[in-house]
Design a protein. Sequence first.
Length: 174
Amino acid sequence: MASSSVRPATVEDAAAIASLQLLVWQQAFAAVLPAAALATDPAVHAGSWAARIDAGGTVLLATEGAEAVGFAAVGADVDWHNLLDPVGEIEVLYVVPRWGRRGHGGRLLAAAAAALRVTGARTGRWWVPAADRATARFLIAAGWAEDGVRRKLDTGASPIVEQRWSGSLDLVAV
């Protein structure tokens, strides 16, 4: 079995991350995303990922052997409204479905939690499409829970309803 790891992404990884993003959208979110989003050229997103990484944004890349299989990005800002439990945000965490159930999601979640703890966050938040039951099962197994907050994203087609999940960054148990 090839070795698996998670490492900080580099600007040179931006094209691979954009390709992973589109692949996950096409394979896991085809029922909720508009057709135009699913047909986007990855190069459109690669520049944004490169700029984010170059500016010091936390983007993590999961690999199996030499192949990129997933990625995560965490927010730089911490919500300090509750000083005893400051909150950081996982903005995205994707593993290509073909590479699922091999621990990549757990390693990405653990690395994202570690990155958020460095910023001072103690709790994490993550918005997940309500229709994404696979990620919901993953988060439940990791000890996270829905916190009852929902939002609707206007896609220009059918809106995407997302649920907010919260979990302790100290107790990531995957």
